[in-house]
Design a protein around this ligand. Structure first.
Ligand SMILES: Cc1cc2nc3c(=O)[nH]c(=O)nc-3n(C[C@H](O)[C@H](O)[C@H](O)COP(=O)(O)O)c2cc1C
Length: 376
């Protein structure tokens, strides 16, 4: 199982409110990277946001030893040859710890970068982009004249395919066209936090699509998690968040997401319909899965809520649906990374580099030979 934690501003206890959000700067990012590395997460997802993901990931690389870097890219914003070169460079310096998250964003956001293609055509462009990516990482010299891109003798100078492995491609996108690009090109298909039942349907749909290309994918999900010692305490923490979700913040977010052309977003919004019921448990859309976060946050809007046992059971329900990768977060990122990292992560069979570190208790000292303690 892969367990990633999230790396992107905004952050804070209530990041939809100015007074609930935290200053996110280089110093804080360093703390996050070191915490995730120390706690033993498989990696971190660098989502597109206020900070540029490549600059951020490069700046954090030397503060980590084991963490994998899942870096989001929008196909087409950077020329394919340049993106492949950036990725190969990072992959060399990271000694194989890079993964790429291919995301097609939404029209409004991409328009700011001069990308004016409508939704479905963005996927046609992504298809061409990824074909070039594969050829470059296969070490080919590529001269190509396509509908969206052209190259004249493009070739990576770094030893790709030898000491530099092609970074695995992960992917988020729920529309029909998205599924096709995923089926054809990527290794892991990701979804925002729909219910285990919904995910099962998506896994089956992508599997069937991938079979057409003779391919098999792995599957992942992006969720919040609110874990406390007991279910009751976890729901109290959810209620604390819920109590801070004011009408103005909800209306602003719903206006924002209503303008998005993302099918994935529409599927998330459908879980709560933009309305805040008096009882937060009315938004429990599957056992222990709460859709309240989507009221104030675009994108992933659900949280697993409960005790460590409950969270484990819920993760198992996703595993039964075919999911082996979990990209998690909590508010604030740092404190919740510790909570999950200490209460749940050690009980999971997580893919990560092995650490020689151990946990110490006071009794570790009592059990030791006193002369060693004195001289220590
Ligand atoms: C796990 C996951 C992570 C995502 N991360 C980003 C991101 O960093 N930046 C972004 O613009 N979109 C991100 N997306 C959204 C995809 O780009 C999105 O699904 C797309 O806007 C619309 O595609 P669709 O209409 O095919 O669903 C992510 C989606 C998923 C499932």
């Amino acid at each position: 199982m892969n367990v990633f934690w999230y790396m992107c501003a905004p952050d804070g206890a209530y990041p939809w409110q100015p007074e609930g959000s935290r200053q996110v700067d280089y110093g804080y990012y360093k703390q996050l990277a070191q915490a995730y590395d120390h706690l033993g997460y498989t990696g971190a997802l660098f989502a597109t946001g206020a900070h540029d993901v490549w600059v951020l990931a490069s700046a954090l690389l030397s503060y980590t030893e084991r963490l994998r870097f899942l870096v989001a890219i929008h196909p087409g914003l950077v020329a394919p040859t340049l993106l492949a070169k950036m990725a190969a460079t990072f992959q060399e310096f990271a000694r194989g710890r890079l993964l790429i998250n291919v995301v097609s964003g939404d029209a409004k956001m991409l328009g700011a970068y001069g990308m004016m293609l409508p939704h479905d055509e963005r996927y046609a462009m992504a298809d061409e982009y990824l074909q070039l990516w594969h050829r470059l990482f296969a070490g080919e010299s590529v001269t190509y004249q396509g509908r969206y891109f052209s190259t004249d003798g493009a070739k990576l100078a770094l030893p790709v395919g030898e000491s530099i492995a092609p970074p695995p491609l992960w992917f988020g996108g729920s529309s029909d066209k998205a599924l096709d690009v995923a089926a054809k090109h990527v290794d892991t298909y990701l979804s925002w936090g729909e219910t285990p039942e919904q995910i099962k349907g998506k896994v089956e749909a992508v599997k069937a699509r991938a079979a057409r290309y003779g391919r098999e994918l792995e599957y992942g999900i992006r969720l919040y998690v609110i874990v406390r010692d007991t279910d009751e305490k976890a729901w109290e923490a959810a209620a604390d968040l819920y109590g801070r979700m004011d009408d103005a913040a909800i209306a602003a977010n719903q206006r924002f997401v209503a303008r998005s052309d993302s099918v994935g977003q529409q599927r998330m919004t459908a879980l709560h319909g933009g309305l805040k019921p008096a009882n937060l448990r009315d938004l429990e859309v599957a056992p222990n899965l709460w859709a309240g976060i989507g009221l104030v946050r675009p994108g992933p809007g659900t949280a697993i809520v409960g005790s460590p046992d409950t969270v484990l059971r819920t993760l198992e329900a996703y595993q039964e649906a075919g999911v082996e990768t979990f990209i998690l977060s909590g508010m604030p990122l740092l404190e919740e990374a510790y909570r999950f990292g200490e209460k749940v992560l050690p009980r999971l069979d997580v893919t990560r580099e092995v650490s020689t570190a151990r946990n110490y208790t006071w009794s570790t000292l009592f059990d030791r030979d006193l002369s060693t303690v004195k001289s220590a």
